[in-house]
Write a protein that binds this ligand. Structure first.
Ligand code: CFM
Length: 543
């Protein structure tokens, strides 16, 4: 690419770029914004401002609290009816766009392809919508006979004061199935992250622990924070099955309400997406004594590491041998594909701005191909996802966070597992780490630019400066970036592709990246605005 900076001795210092980005903002905004744009040095303990309100007027990538609760955490369950109390638009935009997949056994329920909404109208806003909500719950029950119904509040519900929780209680008594509500109005927090927390609380309060199923396996685990986008969870399930690891429940890709009910009988919780689900992991440890570890199945190397971690946790020689057998066989396949693709893409540059975990995980996958990440950031993660969990005690709790209920959890004496607490202590003394999330920044290159809640203005400037070979984000960014001549890979929906997890997923990703990066087509694109006149305006804000 012409005019690209020299990357042979590391990444260029992006200080001038940051200055240029900030110059465009009014002074007061720039002063705040600079705290969310960090020039990374993995050897320093740097702080980033995150999980704060987006600056009004800026085109953010973020979604709302309802999206995080209904869409992200509860959406992928296949046999809970997720009923949205609100105008139809909120449901339409949450309908199948995330590509979380299901595999339903013969005769099992699958409500994922449906869109359930109370379709609130003006008169419900004026006179209240609780009666309509009750009717909708009854109708859904009569038609589908589900095992459970979740009710999700959208913005107007909070504004007019409909009480979804009392409706849920009444309907639970009337219909005799589990019905629970979520106060996850879109405005409830600064992003979808608040919705994750609300969903975690609701599932923990109303579902986890309801079913004391007998043990069915020697190594019982839950996989938390894997939502089966493009079939990712299926790849992981395949490995566990072969290794003899019993996956009780996934929160929540391809999951069932029943599996969540007995998830407290697990011996270990594995956390894939730390941001969206660490709350349940923490609460299950508190209440049942189940330890948790951070895993990642994005990237072949990460998959090996995570499988070995499970083997080491259980310490069973048979399991460990099986894990090694799988790794040896699968890595041979992975290496064969990698060695043919890597020479064609090595040295390319990537940047990724997604969610609260993938902007980190996918750097590993790119790294396996020798592709460097020059800039990355999350949309809505917290400081711990950037800097590691060690900073949690120092995070200031602001009014927006205080808005979200912190459940006080106590030990469940009847179900508590002192054996697991003991196991944890013993392993810890040998150096095995639990709750081990060190965040994204320590693993990024020196001088890479870490940006929280990036916006379109900043995106344009980043592309000009770095001239990356691939940009990873979502549908809202896709065409703006591509018109600038840079291919964009969606890391939310995978652009109809995937799975990308575990070994076969990594191979899939390598092949796709080769197609995307080893082509000259993008260099032939001229952004339409390059040849047309530009409208320029200016604005002054006074405080
Ligand atoms: Fe976790 Fe996710 Fe993500 Fe997320 Fe999401 Fe997603 Fe994401 Mo889109 S739960 S934080 S709220 S890994 S929907 S499956 S891709 S932004 S990086």
């Amino acid at each position: 690419m012409p005019n690209r900076k020299d990357y042979t001795n590391g990444l260029p210092d992006p200080l001038a770029l940051r200055e240029e980005i900030l110059k465009k903002y009014p002074a007061k905004i720039a002063k705040k914004r600079v705290k969310g744009i960090v020039i990374n040095d993995p050897n320093l303990e740097q702080e980033i401002m995150a999980n704060v309100r987006t600056i009004p007027g800026i085109i953010t990538q973020r979604g709302c609290t309802y999206a995080g609760c209904k869409g992200v955490v509860l959406g992928p369950t296949r046999d809970i009816i997720n009923l949205v109390h609100g105008p139809i638009g909120c449901s339409f935009y949450a309908w199948l766009t995330r590509r979380n997949q299901t595999r339903v056994p013969e005769g099992g329920d699958n409500f994922i392809t449906y869109c359930f909404s109370t379709d609130m109208q003006d008169e419900n806003i004026v006179f209240g919508g609780e009666a309509k909500l009750k009717d909708a719950v009854r109708e859904a029950f009569e038609i589908f006979k589900p095992k459970a119904i979740g009710i999700f509040s959208t913005c107007p519900v909070g504004l007019i004061g409909d009480d979804v929780h009392s409706v849920a209680r009444d309907m639970k008594a009337e219909l005799g199935i589990n019905i629970f509500g979520f106060s996850c109005e879109g405005y409830r927090g600064v992003s979808q992250s608040a919705g994750h927390h609300i969903a975690n609380n609701g599932v923990f309060k109303h579902v986890v622990g309801l079913n004391d199923r007998e043990r069915v396996g020697k190594f019982q685990v839950n996989l938390l924070g894997e939502y089966n986008i493009g079939g990712d969870a299926f790849e992981i399930e395949k490995l566990f099955e072969e290794a003899g690891i019993t996956l009780l429940s996934t929160f929540s890709g391809n999951s069932t309400i029943k599996s969540m009910e007995y998830s407290h009988t697990a011996d270990l919780n594995m956390v894939m997406c730390h941001r969206s689900i660490n709350y349940i992991a923490e609460m299950m440890e508190e209440k049942y004594g189940i330890p948790w570890v951070k895993v990642s199945f994005v990237g072949a190397e990460s998959t090996c590491k995570s499988l070995r971690k499970i083997g080491d946790y259980f310490g069973d020689a048979g399991l460990k041998a099986k894990v090694e057998e799988i790794i040896a066989r699968e890595m041979a396949k992975v290496e064969a594909v990698k060695s043919s693709i890597k020479p064609r893409v090595e040295g390319k540059l990537a940047m990724m701005f997604v969610g609260g975990s993938r902007a980190h995980h996918y750097q590993d996958l790119f790294g396996e191909l020798g592709i460097r990440t020059v800039s990355a950031g999350y949309e809505f993660a917290h400081r711990d996802d950037y800097e590691g969990r060690k900073v949690i005690p120092t995070i200031k709790i602001d009014a927006d966070t205080r808005n979200i209920e912190e459940l006080s959890v106590t030990k469940d004496e009847a179900h508590f597992r002192p054996d697991l607490v003991e196991k944890k202590a013993e392993l810890q003394s040998k150096g095995f780490e639990f709750k081990d999330y060190d965040g994204m920044m320590p693993e990024m290159l020196k001088n890479s630019l870490v940006i929280d809640d990036v916006n379109h203005w900043e995106t344009e400037k980043l592309i000009e400066f770095y001239k990356p070979d691939v940009f990873c984000a979502g549908i809202k960014e896709k065409y703006v970036v591509q018109k600038a001549g840079v291919p964009l890979k969606q890391l939310h929906s995978y652009d109809y592709g995937g799975p990308y997890t575990a070994f076969d997923g990594a191979i899939n990703f390598y092949v796709e990246m080769e197609r995307m990066l080893a082509t000259n087509i993008w260099k032939m694109i001229d952004a339409p605005w390059k040849n047309e006149s530009e409208l320029v305006g200016s604005m002054t804000i006074e405080y």
